[in-house]
Design a protein around this ligand. Structure first.
Ligand code: NAD
Ligand code: UDP
Ligand code: UDP
Length: 355
């Protein structure tokens, strides 16, 4: 396998040329699917800063060119408009596979493509993308001997009966519910990833990402942090679903990107939980948003959605021990950085902030 991997090592740098700043080795060619999205674009920034060559593959379903356009004109950067449910031919060393309709608003909008009908008239479901898209990227990794990293999710644990969640827990997912196109799509993507590892010797890595927030999040994709921040800024009431006592653990995006890169570069397959163990009820989150944006912000209760997990908190001891990773940015530190970016986008100041 090493021989194959080496065969595909790029020779981006001519002999005698200096290595880019901060790089101790030959630069790699890296694909980031979903690289024009929220998490992907921050990952791309870090890979570019490290001196590697980056190819972003994105169909712009929820991603935006604005998230990566500061790299346009850099010869190490390339952006391809492509849907990962279609086959893709490239020669690279590493594949970060993030492409997926990831927020409830989007995957409920088209559940089938989150999981499986190629004849589906709408090109944006989470099931199809997770199954066919992941299959294609694994096929690509197999053909070229690249290392493949899957961004899975804490949603594989469903409405967990174990708390906090450890990687060994198999989860409690409703297979026929409104969220299952996403949950089951990611579970199948994990299965495919391990099958390609065992059956075709592909080098794989699996990250199970817990709720993440930060600059460049989609403003209207319905996730709780982006909803509360946008609502408070617009002087609208913050919509709390259910009684607001359900919990989530919120991770700042730079911590996640650091974890993903350590996982890719390290020797362990995973799965690894990547999340911030700080656990908040939605009412507590609303209080933090009030402190940061507007102490007079109001709360409005709404009916909760079906199958909403009651609590979620990662056990990150495995990532701490094997990747030497743990999050550094608390919610109180991270939230103001996101608010600054949202304020700019909502009120028309186009200046983009990085994490
Ligand atoms: P995002 O919506 O900002 O990014 C997803 C990107 O994938 C977008 O740029 C979108 O245009 C692209 N995409 C979607 N379908 C595609 C397709 N068929 N072909 C090509 N590109 C496609 O979401 P994000 O929060 O950045 O999520 C990135 C990854 O992390 C996803 O796989 C998501 O499931 C996972 N994840 C995120 C969180 C979180 O809290 N942000 C939590 C758990 C897992
Ligand atoms: N694939 C791809 N790019 C490649 C190689 C494969 O998109 O460079 C896709 C291919 O179209 C197929 C999937 O990956 O749908 C799985 O490929 P694999 O070779 O594992 O399976 P096979 O094609 O033999 O069924
Ligand atoms: N939620 C909420 N108000 C909103 C959006 C979401 O109270 O405006 C709740 C939602 O019911 C869930 C939690 O916030 O309990 C997290 O929702 P999100 O969609 O952000 O993430 P996920 O459910 O995928 O963890």
């Amino acid at each position: 396998r090493m021989a194959i991997a080496r065969k595909h090592q790029p020779s981006v740098i001519s002999p005698g040329a200096k290595l880019p700043l901060g790089l101790q080795r030959k630069p790699l060619r890296v694909v980031v699917t979903g690289g024009a999205g929220f998490v992907g674009s921050h990952l791309v920034d870090k890979l570019m800063a490290r001196g590697d060559s980056v190819i972003v593959v994105d169909n712009f379903f929820t991603g935006r060119k604005e998230n990566v356009m500061h790299h346009f004109g850099n010869p190490r950067f390339e952006l391809i408009r492509h849907d990962v449910v279609e086959p893709l031919l490239l020669e690279v060393d590493q594949i970060y596979h993030l492409a997926c309709p990831a927020s409830p608003v989007h995957y409920k909008f088209n559940p089938v493509k989150t999981i499986i009908s190629l004849s589906c008239p709408c090109a944006h479901s989470s099931l199809i993308t997770n199954v066919v898209g992941t299959l294609n990227m694994l096929g690509l990794a197999k053909r070229i001997g690249a290392r493949f990293l899957l961004t899975s999710t804490s949603e594989v644990y469903g409405d967990p009966l174990q708390h906090p969640q450890k990687e060994e827990y198999w989860g409690n997912v409703n297979p026929i519910g409104v969220r299952s196109c996403y949950d089951e799509g990611k579970r199948t993507a994990e299965t495919l990833t391990m099958d390609y590892h065992r059956g075709a010797d592909v080098q794989v890595r699996i990250a199970r990402i817990f709720n993440t927030y930060g600059p460049r999040m989609c403003i209207d994709d319905g996730r709780v942090v982006s909803n509360f921040v946008a609502q408070a800024l617009r002087k609208e009431p913050m919509t709390v679903y259910g009684d607001g006592k359900q919990t989530r653990s919120f991770q700042y995006v730079s911590d996640l990107v650091d974890g993903l890169m350590r996982l890719m570069e390290g020797e362990h397959i995973g799965p690894f939980n990547l999340g911030n163990p700080g656990e908040f009820t939605m009412l507590e989150l609303a209080e933090v948003v009030k402190e940061v944006i507007d102490p007079l912000a109001k709360i409005e209760f709404r009916e909760n959605t079906a199958d909403d997990p009651h609590k979620r908190k990662p056990d990150i001891s495995k990532a701490k021990e094997l990747l030497g990773w743990e999050p550094k940015v608390s919610l109180k530190e991270g939230l103001p950085r996101m608010v600054e970016d949202f304020r700019g986008r909502i009120f028309g100041d186009r200046k983009e902030k990085s994490a």
